[in-house]
Design a protein around this ligand. Structure first.
Ligand code: ATP
Length: 240
């Protein structure tokens, strides 16, 4: 589904990604773990075309996407839920969701499917349904995260990139978000790349994981194996 080969990214002289290679099989949940500043967000932004990749190759279903504009990447089936959610505060819940389908509206002819998807989002996220006419800025943090995920799903992505979905949320809300992520994979078949500080929770729902350190992949493996790995435990899992 996604293959990244030797990509690099720079911010001026800062070499933020160093020959990163990884892949995602269809229907997998893969997590990317690493300390602050390891390059996780940079990697997601490179995939979605927000930051240019310098060298290397990114193949989405076999098609090279390096150098494509971000909206083109979305229309090819990759959607990102950015760190910090970034919903459109003054707009209603429903309007935020509709904006997620903007490229589908623009390409025309999908009005009924989009309306159906909106109802589907309200089934997946019943709290959003109750608040459909409420301004997004007045939602709780957890509700805003649900909305940000729902908005990304309105583009009907094959691959969903989630950047720190648990950030700043209470533990019970985090559990809800992780349940939603699992449902998206099992019910919608969405392939998911999950960036998380909360490495333990992420590894528990993931199939595989990659550990990023100062812009390099230093370890990869099955999630269950990474959970048992002593170095990973020491550096990223803390105590239970
Ligand atoms: P966090 O968990 O804190 O979000 P991260 O793993 O997502 O961290 P990135 O945000 O990808 O890390 O940052 C990787 C490196 O690139 C860091 O050293 C960071 O300081 C640097 N960096 C990120 N954005 C910029 C920028 N706009 N300009 C310059 N350097 C940047």
């Amino acid at each position: 589904m996604l293959k990244i080969k030797n990509i690099n990214a720079y911010y001026g002289k800062v070499h933020a990604l160093k020959n990163v290679s990884l892949h995602l099989n269809r229907g997998e949940i893969v997590t990317l773990i690493g300390a602050n500043g390891a390059g996780k967000t940079t990697l997601l932004n490179t995939l979605s075309g927000i930051i240019p990749a310098a060298g290397g190759e990114i193949l989405l279903e076999g098609k090279g996407i390096v150098g494509l504009a971000a909206d083109r990447v979305v229309s090819l089936g990759l959607s990102q839920v950015p760190e910090g959610r970034q919903v459109f505060n003054p707009l209603t819940v429903e309007e935020n969701l509709e904006l997620g389908a903007y490229l589908r509206y623009r390409s025309g002819g999908q009005k009924e499917e989009i309306a159906g998807d909106l109802e589907r989002m309200f089934q997946v996220f019943p709290r959003l349904k109750e608040r459909r006419r409420q301004a997004a800025g007045t939602l709780s943090g957890g509700e805003q995260q649900m909305l940000a995920i729902g908005r990304a799903l309105m583009a009907r992505p094959k691959l969903l990139l989630l950047d720190e979905p648990s950030m700043g949320l209470a533990p019970l809300v985090v559990q809800d978000i992780f349940k939603v992520i699992q449902r998206l994979r099992s019910e919608e078949g969405t392939t998911i790349l999950l960036v998380e500080q909360n490495a333990r929770a992420a590894l528990k729902i993931a199939d595989r994981g990659y550990v990023l350190e100062t812009g390099k992949v230093i370890l990869e493996g099955k999630a269950a194996e990474l959970l048992e790995n002593k170095d990973v435990q020491r550096a990223y899992l803390g105590r239970d």
